[in-house]
Design a protein around this ligand. Sequence first.
Ligand code: FAD
Ligand code: PHB
Length: 391
Amino acid sequence: MRTQVAIIGAGPAGLLLAHLLHAQGVDAVVLENRTRDYVEGRVRAGVLEQITVNLMEKLGLNQRMRREGLVHTGTNLAIDGEIFRIDMEELTGGSTVMVYGQQEVMRDLFESAAERGIKIIFEAKDVQPHGVETARPYITWRQEGAEHRLDCDFIAGCDGYHGVARGAIPAHLLKTYERVYPFGWLGILADVPPANHELIYANHERGFALASMRSSTRSRYYVQCPVDENLDDWPDERFWDEVCLRLGPEVAPHVVRGPSFEKSIAPLRSFVSEPMRFGRLFLAGDAAHIVPPTGAKGMNLAVSDVIMLGEAFGDYFDSGSTAGIDHYSARALARVWKAERFSWWFTSITHQFPEMDGFARKMQVAELNYIRGSRAAQVTLAENYVGLPLQ
Ligand code: FAD
Ligand code: PHB
């Protein structure tokens, strides 16, 4: 088998790249080690930046998003129960975000991939990139007992944090930067109307809480918890009591309780691996970087990576120019680091840290009060939240 770009991983990065290449007439094959149902079923991101919405539109994948997605012009912060709003649209000169779950994005991507004849091989076991430093890279995998090989011009490693692609770069050439947070997010999904028509990020002395949603009838809530917390210790009633306490008395009466149908704990991590290219292997998305979810940036960064990578491959196959692929790592990392900074900062002012003393807590309160009272601070928050421009 032969293709131009072999893509490892059918998450948002891999599938969007496949669609981008298809639109430019570049041949690609996606290799995914799980089933389609598994990938589509993972409950993850909920907030899309304008660049992500624009890309879905450009690829002709936005019909359902236009009908079902919720445009949010603002977001809210709470400090010990007192809420204030950030009017993102006004502060940024017109930018907004879209609430549309990653699961929905994946469903749209898979459905249209099938219609467009984009090749995805599911349940590919032991996927391995080879010869990435040569002009003839290839991938091997196993399926139903048989060995397979795919020759290609380039390999795109879109296989997430736990994937194999990053490991194909010699360790001495990789520089990794990491911060592991001593807490996680306990999240639930429930078919109840959201407490508020926009998101609320709450700093409370008992810990962070987030009121989010998937639709006008489906809510997503999170509370900060220790990473080693046991889910069995969190029956729904305890969760609802805790989230109400942390969101505060203004919001709590509007929280509609109901049975959760998903409950899980996500660890928080900041991670960047540089460079994002080695020979003919290119990394994109979570394979190269992770942000804590506070800034809602993870999936959106995967999108900006693949927009840049799609352009670079497009140029190469169009004109033979290597300028785009040569510049890809530096260009992508410049935006990644800014999103890392924003996600780290937003986490640092909204969560309770074990080492925090009275002074550190006062600094958080002062910072949030400063944002509440300063247009300049609000502009900074808003322009990062809606997504910095692609450069
Ligand atoms: P992934 O989604 O991890 O996809 C990688 C794919 O590669 C997977 O399908 C995997 O099965 C496959 N794979 C792995 N290893 C192999 C292998 N060896 N061979 C073949 N295939 C392989 N982001 C936002 O932008 N906004 C948010 O609001 C937001 N909220 C989040 C909330 C939570 C609780 C979590 C956990 C994440 C959140 N994120 C958010 C982050 C976002 O979900 C990820 O950044 C995004 O999924 C990254 O996409 P990706 O395609 O790079 O990686
Ligand atoms: C979500 O709805 O899952 C969500 C929203 C905003 C975030 C993170 C997660 O910052």
